[in-house]
Design a protein around this ligand. Structure first.
Ligand code: NAP
Ligand code: MG
Length: 494
C-alpha cells in the first residue's frame, strides 16, 4: 500500500478504547479515561478506559463464571481448535487494520507490524489451536491392581499482564496456550499500547470464543495490574515486562492467594563474535539489524556486542556503513525499518543512557540524538558506542532503545564470564566456525536461548524465556502449557 493510503487510513482510524468484559465493550465503572497519543506524530488516537479494582472484579467474576459453567473448558478439544483457528483467520482478514493500530499505538514501522506482529501473532493462535486436539495425557506404570492417570486440567482464571513493545504478539503468547488449555483469561495490556489487544477480544468473540472467556482491561499498572496480581480469585498470572515489576508481581502473588506467577522479564543479551566467525558480513548485518529492530525495544535485543580484538576494526567499518540504513523514518512508509519510540518517558530514558555513556568515556561512533523532530513524533537515531567497559551503565542496564554497546575481547573465556556477569539471562549468541568452541560456549552461557552463527532465528516451536532475573516462565512451544495447566493424578483400584 502507498504511504499516502496508510496516512489516509490512519486519519480515518476510529479506535475504541473501552474495556472488553463478558463479551461487551464497556467503560470503566469509574467513568475515567486516559488519552492515547501516537508516538508516530503525536496525534490523539483514543480515549482509553482507565480500569481499576472495580472493573477487575467484574472481569474476574465473568471469567470465573465462564470457567465454572464449562462453556469453554467443557467444549470438545476439536471444537476449541476450530474456534481458535477461526480466530487466527479473522486476524488475517483484518491484517491491515490490526497492523495500523499497532503502528499508530506504539510506533513500529508498518512493514513489520504486517510481516512480523500480525503474522506471528495469528500463527501463534493457530499453532496452539492446532495443538488442542493432538496432546495426550499419560498412564503411569502401576502394579496390575491399579490404573493411574496423569491428566492435565486448566488452572482456571488466568490473568495476563503484558508490555507495549510487541503488544499483539505478547498478547498472543499468553492467551493462545491459556485459551487452548481451556482457561478463562483476563488480559491487561500496557497503558502505552492497549488498542490491538482490545480489537483481538472482539475478533475472538466473533470467532466463537464464548463471552466471559477472554476479557481485556486497559488501565494503569498500579491500578488494574496490581488489582489483578492481588486478586484472590485469579489462579495464575502470566506476566511479561520489566524485572522491577516482575519482582512485585511475585510478591503480590505470595501476599494474596499464592496464585501461580510466571514471569518473562528483561535482558541485556550478549552477542559474542569470534575472529573465526564463518561470515563477518553476516555477523555485522545480524548484530546491527537485531539491535535496531523494533527501535531497540526488544527484550532479547543483543545490546552488548563482544568482538574479538583482531577483527574489531573491520567489524566497526562494516557496521558504520550499515547504520544509515536504520535511520528512523515515517512508520507509515513501507520502506521504513526504524520507527518511533513509544512515548516521552521512554525517549527520556534512552537519551539519558546515551548521555551517561558519553560521560563515562565510551566513544560515540554513531547517532546519539533525537531525530525527525518536525514530525511531531518521537524518534532516536541508531546509536553505537565503542570502547565500552563492563562497569559502565550502558553495559549493565537494559536501555530498551536503539543503542549498541561494543566491548572487545582477546580471551573467549573472559568474554563468556563478562557475558554471564549480569543479573539477566534471556538470550546470547556466539559466532565461530569451530563447532566444538560453539558448543562449549553455548553450554557456558547462562541464557534461555543461545544462538550460534545467527541471531533471532527461532519460531513458535521452541520455548522463549529467561534464566536468572530474566524470569522463570517459558512462552511458546508445548512447554507453555505447563504454565496454564495443573497436573492431576487419579489412582484407580482395579
Ligand atoms: P513494565 O513497566 O514492567 O510493564 C509491564 C506491564 O506491567 C504493563 O502492562 C504495566 O502496566 C504493568 N505494571 C506496571 N506496574 C505494575 C504493578 N505495580 N502491578 C501490576 N502490573 C504492573 O514493562 P514495559 O516497560 O511495559 O515493557 C518493557 C519490559 O518488558 C522490558 O524490560 C522488556 O525486556 C520486557 N519484555 C520481556 C519479554 C520476555 O519475553 N522476556 C518480552 C517483551 C518485553 P502499565 O504499562 O500500564 O504501567
Ligand atoms: Mg500508545
Amino acid at each position: 500500500m502507498t504511504t499516502k493510503t496508510w496516512h489516509e487510513r490512519a486519519a480515518a482510524l476510529n479506535a475504541d478504547g473501552r474495556a472488553f468484559i463478558d463479551g461487551w465493550r464497556v467503560d470503566a465503572r469509574s467513568g475515567l479515561c486516559f488519552d492515547s497519543l501516537s508516538p508516530v506524530d503525536g496525534r490523539m488516537l483514543a480515549e482509553v478506559a482507565r480500569c481499576d479494582v472495580l472493573d477487575v472484579d467484574l472481569a474476574v467474576t465473568a471469567a470465573r463464571r465462564a470457567f465454572e459453567d464449562r462453556r469453554w473448558a467443557g467444549m470438545a478439544p476439536a471444537a476449541r481448535k476450530r474456534v481458535l483457528i477461526r480466530f487466527a483467520d479473522l486476524m488475517l482478514a483484518h491484517r491491515d487494520e490490526l497492523a495500523l493500530l499497532e503502528t499508530m499505538d506504539m510506533g513500529k514501522p508498518i512493514r513489520y507490524s504486517l510481516s512480523v506482529d500480525v503474522q506471528l501473532a495469528q500463527n501463534c493462535i493457530r499453532w496452539y489451536g492446532e495443538a488442542t486436539d493432538k496432546i495426550y495425557d499419560q498412564v503411569a506404570p502401576t502394579p496390575e491392581d491399579s490404573l493411574a492417570l496423569i491428566t492435565r486440567e486448566p488452572v482456571g482464571v488466568v490473568a495476563a499482564i503484558i508490555p507495549w513493545n510487541y503488544p499483539m504478539l505478547m498478547a498472543a503468547w499468553k492467551i493462545a496456550p491459556a485459551l487452548a488449555a481451556g482457561n478463562s483469561v483476563v488480559l491487561k495490556p500496557s497503558e502505552k499500547a492497549p488498542l490491538s489487544s482490545l480489537r483481538l477480544a472482539e475478533l475472538a468473540l466473533e470467532a466463537g470464543v464464548p463471552p466471559g472467556v477472554f476479557n481485556v482491561l486497559p488501565g494503569y499498572g498500579d491500578e488494574a495490574g496490581k488489582a489483578l496480581a492481588l486478586h484472590m480469585d485469579v489462579d495464575c498470572i502470566g506476566f511479561t515486562g520489566s524485572t522491577r515489576v516482575g519482582k512485585q508481581i511475585v510478591q503480590m502473588a505470595g501476599q494474596s492467594n499464592l496464585k501461580r506467577a510466571w514471569t518473562e522479564l528483561g535482558g541485556k543479551s550478549a552477542n559474542i563474535v569470534c575472529a573465526d566467525c564463518p561470515d563477518l558480513d553476516a555477523a555485522v548485518e545480524s548484530a546491527i539489524g537485531s539491535i535496531y529492530f523494533n527501535q531497540g525495544e526488544s527484550c532479547n535485543a543483543p545490546s552488548r556486542l563482544f568482538v574479538e580484538e583482531s577483527i574489531r576494526e573491520a567489524f566497526l567499518d562494516k557496521a558504520m556503513k550499515l547504520i544509515p540504513r536504520h535511520a528512523p523514518g515515517d512508520p507509515l512508509d513501507e520502506e521504513t525499518v526504524m520507527g518511533a519510540i513509544v512515548d516521552q518517558a521512554q525517549m527520556k530514558t534512552v537519551l539519558g543512557y546515551i548521555e551517561d555513556g558519553k560521560a563515562a568515556g565510551a566513544r560515540l561512533l554513531a547517532g546519539g540524538g533525537s531525530a525527525r523532530q518536525d514530525s511531531g513524533g518521537l524518534y532516536i537515531e541508531p546509536t553505537l558506542f565503542d570502547g565500552v567497559d563492563g562497569s559502565m551503565r550502558i553495559a549493565r542496564e537494559e536501555i530498551f532503545g536503539p543503542v549498541l554497546s561494543v566491548l572487545s575481547f582477546t580471551d573467549l573465556d573472559d568474554a563468556v564470564n563478562q557475558a554471564n556477569s549480569t543479573p539477566y539471562g534471556l538470550a546470547a549468541a556466539v559466532w565461530t566456525r569451530d563447532i566444538s568452541k560453539a558448543i562449549r560456549t553455548s553450554r557456558a552461557l547462562r541464557a534461555g536461548t543461545v544462538h550460534v552463527n545467527q541471531y533471532d532465528n527461532d519460531d513458535i516451536t521452541v520455548p522463549f524465556g529467561g534464566y536468572k532475573q530474566s524470569g522463570n516462565g517459558r512462552d511458546k512451544s508445548l512447554h507453555a502449557f505447563d504454565k496454564y495447566t495443573e497436573l492431576k493424578t487419579t489412582w484407580i483400584q482395579v
